[in-house]
Design a protein around this ligand. Structure first.
Ligand code: URP
Ligand code: ZN
Ligand code: ZN
Length: 479
């Protein structure tokens, strides 16, 4: 199977060049001009378009069982929607129930994901602790190619990780050369505020952001970062939504700590006024955690991306339809938390980032693909248009326009948080594994054509950090 993309401009995170791209059997074989390629190669004409590494969304939840229901988007529909938006890989989450063996949950998610039509990988959540969890983390790293473990500091009474779990898991992650990641919100604070708001008679979606103030995120971000500092392990913060959390990241990075932050397309654009919409369905459709914030936070997140303090973008794609959101009609704490966007992320980042002069095209590639590949140790197999890399490519038409709508999107959900927004710059073709899987509005990908991507541990970097941690460890005082 061979394919040539002809006449386009290749944009990588570090450079742009006028070049054709030739791929065979799922791998990029040549990048340059006047390539000598077989006469029977399939050809995509890309004149006037950009040829970029396919997007990698490091934060999705396909068919997640959550808050008494199951997310409406499954691994097939979700990866197909991603392809329509130029995303060729997702990193989803295995979330074991407390007391459930990690390996058992991991096998369940692997089974669900077999229907994917784009590549996928998994972070595994640590929701409880005993020695078996530490052992399973070892098996996941050494045999299954999992190099990141997620900790929910919120969702008390369900999947919340307390400080003891965080300490044990971060310590084990360091031993294994794996990256801890956190959903940073103080779960106890959120729980207490939820009870207070309900008792005061506030039961609608407008109470959702009030129960999760920016300080709840800032406190948890600081706690996780400080734990990581003492243990000597790197840390990745998912869905950074506030200036408060961003400031903690900036402080830690300034101090030499390896701390990484992710911004969601939704948090970059949408503000908290959505929760005061008079119509319950619309307000509830925006309920996700952390919530959409006031405008000053969006400005801070854009600056974080521009300055490199935040390195990645994601969607936290976790879809629930109106009948599912209705579970919280009389009690906002029961509205399933989650919103979509896997199809829209690149349109949003291009239009409001590149189009608005906030990001260069190279920076766009960095924050939508390359930085995720680097942080999660799959670069340059992923995240680059270069010889030897997987042939996961988006051909991007900077002049194409559309209005985003739930009526026309491919995502399996009845609402779109970007409804009505005009975007300029769309995927015209998406190639995954060297095969054209999306072209001008049509997804041509079959179930099961996506592959599981193993991500190796980070031994060399972590060994160096272990040495630093050991040098800083207190020594016993002899009396
Ligand atoms: O509201 C959200 N974000 N739902 C999915 C679970 C999570 O917290 O990431
Ligand atoms: Zn989260
Ligand atoms: Zn999430």
């Amino acid at each position: 199977m061979s394919l040539l993309i002809r006449g386009g401009t290749v944009i990588n995170a570090d450079a742009r060049e006028r070049a054709d791209v030739y791929m065979e059997d799922g791998v990029i074989k040549a990048v340059g001009l006047d390539l000598d390629v077989p006469s029977d190669a399939e050809v995509i004409e890309a004149g006037g378009q950009y040829v970029m590494p396919g997007g990698i969304d490091p934060h999705t939840h396909m068919q997640l069982p959550f808050m008494g229901t199951v997310a409406s988007e499954d691994f097939y529909t979700g990866t197909a929607a991603g392809l329509a938006g130029g995303t060729t890989m997702i990193i989803d989450f295995v979330i074991p129930d407390p007391q459930q063996p990690l390996m058992e949950a991991y096998q369940t998610w692997r089974g669900w994901a077999e229907k994917s039509c784009a590549d996928y990988s998994f972070h595994v959540a640590v929701t409880w602790w005993d020695d078996s969890v530490g052992r399973d983390m070892g098996t996941l790293v050494t045999e299954e190619g999992v190099n990141s473990f997620k900790h929910f500091m919120a969702y008390k009474g369900a999947i919340m990780a307390d400080d003891e779990i965080l300490y044990n898991s971060f310590t084990r992650a360091l031993e294994l050369g794996a990256m801890p990641t956190v959903h940073a919100e103080n779960g106890e604070m959120v729980f207490q505020l939820q009870q207070k708001l309900l008792a005061s008679g506030m039961s609608g979606p407008e109470a959702h952001p009030l129960s999760r103030p920016p300080a709840a995120e800032g406190e948890a971000a600081n706690r996780a970062i400080r734990l990581a500092e003492v243990i000597g392990v790197p840390l990745y913060l998912v869905h950074v939504s506030t200036k408060d959390a961003l400031d903690e990241i900036i402080r830690a990075r300034g101090n030499g700590q390896r701390v990484f932050g992710e911004a969601l397309a939704g948090h970059l654009l949408i503000d908290d006024s959505v929760y005061r919409h008079p119509d319950f369905e619309t307000a509830a459709a925006h309920v996700m955690s952390p919530p959409f914030r006031s405008k000053e936070h969006q400005a801070a997140l854009w600056k974080g991306l521009q300055s490199g303090s935040l390195q990645t973008t994601a969607t936290d794609h976790c879809c629930f339809c109106a009948d599912q959101k209705a579970a919280g009609k009389d009690d906002f704490t029961l509205i399933p938390n989650g919103t979509g966007g896997v199809e829209d992320r690149l349109f949003i980042l291009w239009t409001y980032g590149v189009g608005a002069g906030k990001l260069t095209m190279e920076e766009f590639v960095a924050v939508t693909s390359t930085n995720t590949a680097k942080i999660f140790n799959i670069y340059p197999r992923k995240g680059a248009v270069r010889v030897g890399a997987d042939a996961d490519i988006v051909v991007w038409d900077p002049a194409a326009r559309k209005t985003i709508s739930a009526k026309t999107h491919k995502q399996n959900v009845d609402f779109n948080i970007f409804e009505g927004r005009e975007v300029t710059g769309l995927a015209s073709h998406t190639i995954s594994g060297g095969i054209l899987r999306y072209k001008d509005g049509e997804v041509m990908a079959e179930k099961g054509t996506g592959r599981y991507v193993k991500r190796p541990a980070f031994q060399p970097m972590f060994k160096a950090l272990e040495k630093i941690a050991a040098a800083n460890a207190p020594t016993a005082v002899k009396r």
